[in-house]
Design a protein around this ligand. Structure first.
Ligand code: PGA
Length: 247
């Protein structure tokens, strides 16, 4: 079945008021794009970005599993929605690593965000040691199984991002064959989990996506878009990737 592609930018810990103009330029191009486009921004910038780019999909980069409470420094789904966000990333490897987030934590975050009304991009991916040991597909499949929400009511609101850790911010990208093998395996797991709805969940690729490699990656079966870090900060880098998804 045809799935409309999603190109989501992840600004990570980048972005000040002075960068809101970039959000506006990207949002204007997104209006006529043939793919869905979103930007996941630092929490501090979300509300101003929503004002600067009304109607455009602005997201957070993480969410707490609880609605509110004694969790210093954390942001809940209700807070993201209150700021005008429509989606959030969960389980990015930089959080799994640096904050010690487990698959169980990521599953709880995804369930909380979906229940609150946010769309979710759930990240998974293997280390270089796992890839070199030839265990990438079983390892990432198990990570997916353990991180997936128990149920999804609207598969269009839920995406997976396959992001090999060794490809993030490094300029290294898996071979097209390796991306295809992984996305096909993940599709099987999604169908096993959700039956036909698993066909409609988008599986994004992430890790050093650039204008120069996007078209080749988007042509792989079961690649339904991209999660883009470094190349999402400037419209001149990001919009050609959006264009590749649309063609
Ligand atoms: P990158 O980051 O595009 O800079 O490799 C991707 C990500 O971490 O989501």
């Amino acid at each position: 079945m045809a799935r409309r592609k999603l190109v989501a930018g992840n600004w990570k810990m980048h972005g000040l008021a002075a960068d809101l103009g970039e959000v506006t330029v990207i949002s204007m191009a997104a209006e006529t794009a043939a793919a869905d486009v979103a930007l996941c921004l630092p929490a501090t910038l979300i509300e101003r970005a929503v004002r600067a780019a009304p109607g455009f999909a602005i997201g957070g980069q993480d969410v707490h599993r609880a609605d509110k409470g004694a969790h210093t420094g954390c942001v809940s789904a209700a807070m993201l929605l209150d700021a005008g966000a429509r989606l959030t990333i969960v389980g990015h490897s930089e959080r799994r690593d640096a904050q010690g987030e487990s698959d169980t934590d990521v599953k709880a975050k995804a369930e909380a965000a979906l229940a609150a009304g946010l769309d979710v991009i759930l990240c998974i991916g293997e280390s270089d040691q796992v890839r070199e040991a030839g265990r990438a597909v079983p390892t990432v499949s198990a990570q997916l199984d353990a991180s997936l929400p128990a149920a999804i009511t609207d598969p269009g609101r839920f995406s997976i991002a396959y992001e090999p850790i060794w490809a993030i911010g490094t300029g290294k990208v898996p071979s097209i064959a390796d991306i295809g093998e992984m996305h096909a395996a993940l599709r099987e797991r999604l169908i096993a989990a959700y039956d036909e709805a698993g066909e409609q969940v988008r599986i994004l690729y992430g890790g050093s996506v650039k204008a120069s490699n996007a078209a080749e990656i988007f042509a792989v079966p079961d690649v339904d878009g991209a999660l883009v870090g470094g190349a999402s900060l400037k419209p001149s880098d990001f919009l050609p990737i959006v264009g590749a998804a649309a063609s």
